[in-house]
Design a protein around this ligand. Sequence first.
Ligand SMILES: [Zn+2]
Length: 149
Amino acid sequence: MTGKAKTRKTKKRGRRFAKVDPVRSATMRAVRSRATTAELRARSLISQLGGRASYNSPTLPGKPDIIFHSQRKAVFVHGCFWHGHSCPRGGRVPRTNRAYWVRKVASNRRRHRAAVRALRQLGWATVTLWECELKNAARVSRRIGLCLA
Ligand SMILES: [Zn+2]
């Protein structure tokens, strides 16, 4: 985002922001950006590949984040922490409620494996993109390109 665009946006919304509790609003913003940044990044990379992707598939097992319907390919975009990726971010478990988080991540992984199996039975192939991988556009392009080939 350019500095100019940011200024314009702030000016336009200035009044509304003034009424919102600043602490809460910052928290909400942070949560929202964490939840969607990786997925938006994946979508933008994939749209550059020219595939005919759709982003809503509530009826498919595991609700894949991106699907290529005609090719029957489903893409999951996984947060490294939430799905316990073997990278520095994925290996970090919060110190408090450790057991809870370990269980939570294990259950996310289990649910994902079940979804992949169910999709396979329906004739769908799956690709899992990790949040940390999305920093490498060439790598993502290669993986998606291979899956669509
Ligand atoms: Zn990772």
